[in-house]
Write a protein that binds this ligand. Structure first.
Ligand code: ZN
Ligand code: ZN
Length: 274
């Protein structure tokens, strides 16, 4: 019932509720009484002004970098190597990839929320997680600190046919949310939606082998505005990193057209090496 009801909550009120500090507690209580806040994960009503209830929040599997993480893609690696099997087999073009969560049922639900209902709240929540991940400095080295790289945020593009069908690009929405949150913290980043385009229209990748995914993605992306990226450090934003083939193909094109480096940030990745 609550699940059904929540679909009819006006989006502007949902966004409004996330900025609770700006309204009085009384006003908040009235709105909550009329339009109860529901958890993006389990759809139960929650009293606090967050997007996810406490139970779901503790269930989310954060990706915590450790000595078992591949130094390139941050997936699990064997003990006797610094990189994972996949990076060993197909050396990535990108410098490194960070991710917020392990891809499992709950995070899948939140990402699907981007595509269906609860769009604004899902973007806000996931954008915040991306910003937190961005600010994390694993290597404690000045050169590896993303805040000092003057990065251009570039979303993984959708082919225009798919964009017309879906009506939006979730990576672009996440990129915008990340950008806004970093700007609020005075991080020196910019965003570019036009530099990279997807010029090849393919069937969805999910049932293909890694080899076929890579083949499918050959020459799938094109840098149209070379001056936008020339000699710049790029931060590519994607929702889910599976084999890394998409991120790698984008990186290849960006580097070939003159980008200085490419880093990847994703909401989630599958923590297995292909
Ligand atoms: Zn919940
Ligand atoms: Zn790796």
């Amino acid at each position: 019932m609550v699940k059904l009801y929540s679909r009819y909550i006006p989006q502007f009120l949902i966004s409004f509720k996330t900025t609770r500090s700006k309204i009085s507690q009384i006003g908040w209580n009235i709105i909550s009484f009329i339009y109860p806040n529901v958890c993006l994960g389990c759809h139960n009503v929650i009293t606090e002004a967050s997007s996810v209830c406490h139970n779901c929040f503790v269930e989310l599997k954060y990706k915590v970098p450790s000595e078992n993480s591949c130094r390139l893609c941050s997936k699990v690696k064997p003990e006797d190597s610094t990189i994972c099997f996949n990076c060993h087999k197909y050396e990535p073009n990108f410098f490194e990839a960070k991710t917020c969560f392990i891809y499992e049922e709950l995070i899948k639900k939140l990402i699907l929320g981007l595509k269906y209902n609860n769009k604004m709240r899902s973007i806000d929540f996931l954008g915040r997680q991306l910003a937190l991940k961005f600010m994390e400095n694993n290597n404690a080295s000045f050169l590896d600190d993303w805040k000092n790289l003057d990065l251009i945020i570039v979303p993984v593009p959708l082919h225009k046919k798919r964009l017309v069908k879906r009506g939006f690009n979730q990576s672009a929405m996440l990129a915008k949310s990340l950008y806004k949150k970093l700007k609020r913290q005075d991080v020196n980043v910019s965003i570019n939606f036009r530099a990279l385009t997807r010029c090849k229209f393919d069937a969805p990748q999910k049932n293909l082998s890694v080899k076929d995914r890579r083949k499918n993605l050959e020459d799938a992306f094109l840098v149209k505005y070379i001056d936008d990226i020339k000699n710049r450090n790029i931060l590519l934003v994607d929702d889910v990193l599976v084999s890394g083939a998409t991120a790698n193909s984008c990186s290849k094109e960006l580097l070939e057209k003159g980008a200085r480096s490419v880093r990847i940030i994703s909401v989630a990745h599958t923590d297995k090496s292909f």
